[in-house]
Design a protein around this ligand. Structure first.
Ligand code: T46
Length: 139
């Protein structure tokens, strides 16, 4: 099973330039309650290193590039995100890391809920334990 779930967006661009439009519960597979963006990430810095108990997210590299590592606790897969025409789904209980940010990288993230630190699992051993115990009770 692929841990990398990509969504291709329709391009509405023309000879003036690019345009992508995204609708909640249409192009984005959930209701969007929060939007944030990550930019000006310093050279050599990696981010993420957590899973979410319930949150679903869609991340779009609207400028530059970065490398995502997706980890189910049993398997890991990675992908370079470098297109504003494609988003990567960050599902609940998916350990994710972002590496190799280009200096111009702008990562736009659409989230299914408001910020809640209690939703984060930031300890990898705890994450592995939950996966091992098949504890997906965060539904
Ligand atoms: C994720 C990846 C893709 C807030 O106060 N509100 C927010 O909405 C967010 C996203 C963060 N914060 C605070 C929490 C930390 O004190 O901002 C600080 C930096 O967040 P964090 O270290 O979690 O950033 P990343 O880049 O490691 O992870 C972020 C998101 O937090 C996370 O949900 O999935 O991007």
């Amino acid at each position: 099973m692929s841990l990398i779930k990509l969504i291709d967006f329709k391009s509405l661009g023309d000879d003036r330039g690019g345009l992508v439009a995204l609708g909640a519960n249409k192009d984005i597979p959930f209701n969007v309650k929060r939007v944030y963006y990550i930019f000006a990430t310093q050279s050599g810095v990696s981010r993420g290193f957590h899973a979410h108990k319930k949150l679903k997210q869609l991340a779009i590299c609207i400028a530059g590039s970065c490398r995502f590592v997706m980890d189910s606790g049993l398997d890991k897969q990675e992908i370079i995100m470098d297109s504003p025409h494609q988003g990567i789904v960050i599902d609940k209980m998916q350990w994710h890391e972002m590496h190799d940010f280009s200096l111009d990288c702008v990562l736009l993230v659409l989230a299914s809920d408001y910020y809640d630190e209690d939703d984060y699992i930031r300890d990898y051993d705890k994450f592995l334990q939950l996966v091992k115990n098949n504890d997906y009770s965060y539904s």
